[in-house]
Write a protein that binds this ligand. Structure first.
Ligand SMILES: Cc1ncc(COP(=O)(O)O)c(C=O)c1O
Length: 406
């Protein structure tokens, strides 16, 4: 059913859509990739191939299908480490439901008695903001919410990092602002006996390079924001894994069980964050998405350059419109705005009637947007490789028309 022949699309017009997404109605403009990206046909094909050709469980099965699954899962774990230039000597890749679940799996199993405080920032998604609250309560330590500058940097003192658990995003889902000083943050935290866990949900699709060499203790992200099926990924330092006080346990992670005890499978550390059967088809299709991302050159262009050029056009176009307040400090692939002329939810509904899919609300960042900045619900456009220059022009023109008619 699915299958992608074309990788480079260099001959296509810049206004036409990449063939990988040609299943999309030509009149539809999908601008919600920060939530989940569309899946290229080759990723859908990989998922379908697993379900129809070798639908076995991994890690336990001796028949051929199971062997093939084991090889493919190992390949996926290795591909993630290679992408981030990490060694399997020090790190493992585990799979889970999503970024939220990955962060919770780590935080809720950190041991009592060692850490002095939990540190996060004001512009975090609820998937960081909330579990850092429950973590601080469980450990009986203070929780500090640091501010981030308009360009994304975290302001802290080195004393605050003393035995601290720092959990922050590397890219915001509101306006794409980045924590470009991650390396320095991790270095400073390690010097004071702290650890750093990065929420990279908005980084991995288009900016994973910023995490290379950052030496974080864990990096959590969602494959569904990377052109892959719904899946969470945890990249974790083996030393952090060894320190966890395992509470979320079950099949597939033990080497022995006695009446009142169990022994974790130390020869397979990645399994320690994977209790129960995993989403094997999704993991295999995620591997395909990584290959696709590595090879794709939209219309012959570098893919980051392509995304950046669409982001620039969207930012500049929306910013120039009267009655529109763009909240971004600069252009990124995620642009959010509000208007005193029309509520964001109404705007989203009107845009939808023109085939434009954008999001409205607080995007799970209630504290920052509603409580701290006292902003009304926002309208958010987020760009993916399915988008074209024409999509951006149509979107800007449609917002302009809506503003004029309001
Ligand atoms: C920055 C950020 N962190 C975490 C998440 C949570 O991701 P998921 O819902 O896949 O767990 C999101 C989702 O939009 C996000 O944008």
């Amino acid at each position: 059913m699915f299958g992608s022949k074309q990788k480079n699309n260099s001959t296509a017009e810049a206004t036409s859509r990449l063939e990988d997404f040609d299943y999309l109605n030509p009149k539809s403009i999908y601008l919600d990739s920060a939530c989940q990206s569309l899946r290229p046909k080759s990723v859908c094909a990989a998922l379908q191939e697993y379900y129809t050709k070798y639908n076995a469980c991994g890690g336990r099965v001796k028949y051929d299908w199971g062997q093939k699954v084991d090889e493919a899962i190992d390949e996926a774990r290795g591909a993630v480490l290679r992408l981030l230039h990490l060694s399997s000597k020090d790190y493992v890749t585990s799979f889970t439901l999503n970024t939220t679940y990955g962060i919770n799996l780590l935080l809720q199993q950190l041991p009592q008695g060692f850490y002095k405080r939990v540190i996060t920032s004001d512009i975090e998604h609820n998937s960081v903001f909330l579990p850092t609250m429950t973590l601080a309560t469980r450990l009986g330590v203070e929780r500090i919410v640091l501010s981030r500058t308009p360009t994304g940097e975290l302001t802290y003192s080195s004393d605050q990092l003393e035995k601290a658990i720092v959990v922050v995003n590397s890219t915001s889902n509101i306006d794409g602002r980045k924590l470009s000083s991650i390396k320095e943050l991790v270095r400073d935290a390690h010097e004071r006996g702290g650890i750093v866990i990065i929420d990279a949900a908005q980084t991995m699709a288009h900016n994973h390079e910023m995490l290379i060499g950052c030496a974080a203790d864990a990096i959590c992200f969602s494959a569904h924001k990377m052109y892959a099926p719904s899946l969470g990924v945890i990249v974790c330092r083996k030393s952090l894994l060894r320190s966890l006080d395992y509470q979320i346990v079950g099949g597939g992670m033990v080497s022995n069980v006695t009446e009142n005890n169990f022994k974790l499978a130390s020869e397979d550390p990645a399994s320690q964050l994977e209790p129960g059967l995993q989403a094997f088809g999704e993991i295999i299709a995620f591997s395909q998405a990584l290959k696709w991302l590595d090879e794709i050159r939209p219309f012959g262009e570098d893919r980051s350059k392509y995304i950046n050029s669409l982001g620039n056009e969207l930012f500049e176009g929306l910013k120039s419109l009267p009655d529109v307040n763009v909240i971004n400090a600069g252009p990124t692939s995620v642009v959010s705005l509000y208007s005193s002329k029309m509520d964001a939810h109404r705007l989203a509904i009107f845009l939808s009637s023109g085939g434009i899919m954008a999001r409205s609300g607080y995007f799970c960042c209630h504290y920052y947007l509603r409580e701290k900045l006292n902003l009304p619900p926002l309208l958010r456009f987020s760009i993916g490789l399915n988008n074209t220059h024409q999509d951006i022009t149509t979107t800007i023109n449609t917002v302009e028309k809506l503003m004029r008619s309001a």
